[in-house]
Design a protein around this ligand. Structure first.
Ligand SMILES: Cc1cc2nc3c(=O)[nH]c(=O)nc-3n(C[C@H](O)[C@H](O)[C@H](O)COP(=O)(O)O)c2cc1C
Length: 357
């Protein structure tokens, strides 16, 4: 390994890399060496892909990527609510634009799984969103392993969080059509907001069941202000402000959303669980709720590379422990249902292409 890696990267890999027997998995026909990935919002422009690999992430989601350069929000826009292990983010998405992101991705050497998280520019009119997502999807197609269609842009007053089926299908359909003409299959996932109602979450799940959509990323940050018991003074000082909350306060809602999608879809499609995951136990709870993969963002901002090493190590140990007898495999109601859904999820995970179009 030493011979094929620059010294700095070798050191990083030996400090933070992972070789854990229980973490490997195949999802959408893609091999992941760990189910723990880097969420969108850290590497907007795909500049550090090799570092994510060396640090031990199983995958890295680049973005959100916009068509044209946009940002940066006048500072300050990111507030640490340390006592609650949370962040308040009121930044507009900062992107160097899709052409630059492609140049950056081309320079990668590692084979880590890379997701392309795409969204529209803030200034693009809502009715032009479908055209813009396609403008991002087409050039990126050969450079990423899967796509996340981000419809959870809620960190500024200028929100874009479509919840209407027609509006969402107007975005997704051209992407499905483009993919149909390609030799390689790129899974497409939808990233949703934790602020959706149960009915809206069911609608997103039904879109996944009824269309060629391959999975859901649940969730982005919340515009809610719950779970901030220890940050009352700081929140008071900040006053009423736009922005999304992430980190520990979001955890139970994110897990609840994943569970709801898993139960309604009977575990037939992959879900990437994201929101408030900061320990191996949190990651395990997310997997038990029905997630196939898990992402971290706030925890990484607080603790850097040592967080992923700790979570990989701890999760490997937890997954190695036999479950107490009678424990359902995942978040389902009955033992019978649990057996069926686990079988389905396994079948799905190992089948490529994932969906017949
Ligand atoms: C500073 C910051 C920037 C973010 N930017 C994006 C983004 O560009 N696109 C996106 O889909 N999600 C973005 N997110 C949301 C995260 O990907 C994640 O869904 C959310 O923070 C919940 O996970 P966490 O509790 O582990 O942070 C951002 C979050 C933070 C804190």
């Amino acid at each position: 390994m030493m011979q094929s890696m620059p010294v700095g990267k070798y050191l990083l890999h030996s400090m933070y890399g992972n070789n854990h027997a229980h973490l490997d998995r195949d999802v959408f026909g893609i091999h992941f060496r760990s189910p723990i990935g880097l969420a969108a919002g850290i590497d907007h422009n795909g500049e550090l892909i090799d570092a994510w690999s060396a640090a031990g992430f199983g995958f890295a989601e680049v973005g959100s990527i916009t068509s044209h350069t946009q940002g940066s929000t006048p500072h300050p826009h990111l507030f640490r609510l340390k006592a609650d292990h949370a962040l308040l983010n009121r930044a507009e998405i900062e992107s160097a634009g899709v052409e630059q992101v492609i140049e950056n991705i081309k320079r990668r050497h590692s084979r880590i799984v890379v997701g392309g998280n795409i969204t529209k520019n803030t200034t693009t009119a809502r009715e032009d969103a479908p055209r813009e997502y396609l403008r991002l999807f087409r050039p990126l197609y050969q450079y990423v392993d899967y796509f996340t269609v981000n419809i959870c842009c809620n960190s500024t007053e200028n929100q874009f969080v479509p919840t209407d089926k027609e509006e969402i299908m107007a975005i997704l359909t051209p992407l499905f059509e483009f993919r149909r003409g390609q030799n390689q299959y790129r899974p497409i996932l939808l990233k949703i907001s934790p602020d959706m109602s149960d009915e809206q979450i069911d609608l997103m799940t039904d879109i996944m069941l009824d269309t060629p959509l391959d999975g859901i990323v649940a969730t982005g940050g919340t515009t809610g202000r719950y779970g901030l018991d220890k940050s009352a003074t700081q929140m008071h000082e900040l006053g009423r402000t736009a922005g999304t909350l992430s980190g520990t306060p979001l955890k139970s809602r994110a897990i609840e959303v994943v569970k709801r999608i898993y139960v309604r879809s009977k575990g037939t499609y992959p879900i990437i669980g994201c929101g408030g995951i900061s320990t191996a136990e949190d990651a395990k709870a997310m997997l038990d709720a029905g997630a196939t993969l898990v992402q971290i963002c706030t925890e990484f901002i607080y603790n850097g590379g040592k967080a992923i090493r700790r979570i990989n190590l701890g999760l490997d140990e937890l997954l190695n422990k036999p479950e107490p007898s009678g424990t359902p495999a995942k978040a389902t109601d009955t033992a019978e249902e649990a057996t069926t859904t686990t079988e389905k999820a396994t079948t799905t995970a190992n089948t490529q292409p994932l969906k017949a179009e």
